[in-house]
Design a protein around this ligand. Structure first.
Ligand code: ATP
Ligand code: MG
Ligand code: ZN
Length: 459
């Protein structure tokens, strides 16, 4: 019997080690080693060869011509926006998202519109032809130049690609694909990297626009090697609460456009429908004209997200007040309460305090302090924070408002979602002015300055 040798491979950087180690010596990541089977020929050398094929002589920048990025509309304006104005010819886009979020649905829908003028090859490694046909019927997808291939073997897919000569190739999903030369299982670091390499090389050499579908892991990152994100031209995240119908697409990387844009959709039985006014939908069901609420613009990794903080402050029946926090760090809440009590004289010690982030979101960054404080003051004083106001800032122990990172990105997102007033740290605006269309930016030095923004309830 053949004895298969195994090795350990870092999912972050691809470092290989014969034995398991807790911390990767190459990139310093913890717990990133995954066991894989050794293949007969070294994958690293073949992958290198794929990317460096062609004329590699150095050229003077002056003599280089500007390539014409031919963009085509995908039929979904919200997606085009995220892509930077349409799908770029010959680009490779990685679309990642949780199971059942609608990745296949989205790609089948755009196939339908793209295949009116182009040839589309949709490769599914996850579903049978019957399942795909069923979904296509439901979504009303048709077109003679949309080809479906159910296959997971990369060599056979590439052979089929040569036969069909598509303009657009969709690979659903990269984690199900395997290359014969690699003996480790589909979805493993080496296998995903190798397969992606081949699709990317094909895409670049034949000028095919390629979509790779990617699974996400428990932490919300893309499953498989981190290098995958470096290899592709754009990385899009498809996200949303599965129980709710809204879906958001964001670019976390885009070589052909900005990453500030988001696309919002609603999942219906006819597929994904674009949402013209996302603020209404995202913050739908948000209670209006009620005390204890304040909106905040938070960063999820590099992605800005608008959330709503809710607070409820009621007199306690216990000797000392109870504190419950949902979505906000408990210690951070205690700190904010202490600051409010000491610096502003609010007597929270005799009160039970409950806080919550709408939509089940978790906010871990101090930049949400100001919004939490405003929600608390609002509930305590029974005065309301205007619905169109957003607050961003970290609180210091003296009650001062401290600078936050990426202020413009946060405020831009708020403006895009329809907010018209942003309370931001004074320090962020000290050295430069920030102007964003549609939103009034108000610098705040400390907690007392937010009080004039709280108003009486409308009866
Ligand atoms: N008949 C239906 N009516 C309405 N919505 C449906 C219907 N069938 C499926 N859906 C929606 O489509 C979603 C599944 O979409 P899709 O298969 O495109 O997701 P996916 O991201 O490709 O998932 P996976 O990672 O499992 O491949 C379901 O979660 C559901 O919301
Ligand atoms: Mg799918
Ligand atoms: Zn590493």
């Amino acid at each position: 019997m053949k004895n298969t040798k195994t090795f350990f491979c870092c999912t972050e950087c691809g470092y290989r080690s014969p034995k398991w180690i807790g911390k990767c010596p190459a990139c310093g990541a913890w717990n990133s080693m995954e066991e894989e089977a050794e293949s007969s020929d070294a994958p690293a050398s073949t992958t290198r060869a794929v990317l460096t094929s062609g004329d590699s002589g150095a050229v003077s920048l002056q003599d280089m011509t500007i390539p014409e990025y031919l963009r085509s509309g995908t039929g979904l304006g919200e997606l085009d926006r995220v892509l930077g104005g349409g799908l770029v010819k010959g680009s490779v886009v990685l679309l990642a998202g949780e199971p059942g979020i609608g990745k296949s649905t989205l790609l089948l829908q755009i196939s339908s519109s793209l295949c009116q003028t182009r040839r589309v090859l949709y490769v599914s490694g996850e579903e049978s032809g019957g399942q795909l046909k069923l979904r296509a019927e439901r979504l009303g997808v048709k077109g003679p130049s949309l080809f479906i291939l159910t296959e997971t073997n990369v060599e056979r897919i590439l052979a089929e690609t040569d036969k069909i000569r598509p303009d657009i190739l969709i690979v659903d999903s990269i984690q199900t694909m395997f290359h014969n030369k690699i003996s480790s299982a589909p979805g493993s670091v080496t296998q995903v990297r190798e397969c992606a390499m081949h699709f990317i090389a094909k895409s670049k050499s034949e000028n095919i626009s390629t979509f790779l579908v990617g699974h996400v892991n428990k932490e919300g990152g893309i499953a498989g090697p981190k290098v995958l994100e470096h290899m592709v031209d754009a990385v899009l995240y498809f996200e949303g609460e599965r129980q709710q119908s809204y879906r958001i697409i964001r670019a976390v990387k885009n070589r052909f456009g900005s990453t500030n844009e988001i696309g919002v959709f609603e999942m219906t039985d006819q597929g994904l429908v674009q949402v013209e006014n996302p603020s209404e939908m995202l913050l739908a069901g948000r209670p209006k004209n009620i005390s204890g609420n304040c909106a905040v613009s938070t960063l999820e990794g590099t992605r800005p997200l608008i959330a709503e903080v809710q607070a409820l402050v009621v007199p306690t029946v216990y000797p000392s007040g109870k504190r419950t926090s949902n979505g906000i760090d408990y210690n951070r809440l205690c700190l904010i309460l202490a600051v409010l009590e000491k610096r502003m004289g609010y007597r929270f010690s005799g009160q039970d305090v409950y806080t919550n982030i709408i939509g089940g979101l978790r906010i871990d960054e101090p930049a949400s302090d100001l919004a939490v404080a405003m929600a608390l003051i609002s509930s305590y004083t029974d005065r309301i924070v205007p619905d169109e106001l957003i607050a961003v800032g970290e609180l210091g122990l003296a009650g001062e408002c401290r600078a936050v990172a990426n202020l413009e990105q946060r405020v831009k997102e708020a403006a895009r979602l329809g907010f018209t007033v942003a309370l931001v740290p004074y320090r962020n605006l000290e050295k430069r002015t920030v102007q964003i269309q549609g939103i009034r930016i108000v610098p705040v030095r400390g907690l007392f300055e937010v009080l004039p923004f709280l108003k009486e309830k409308e009866s």
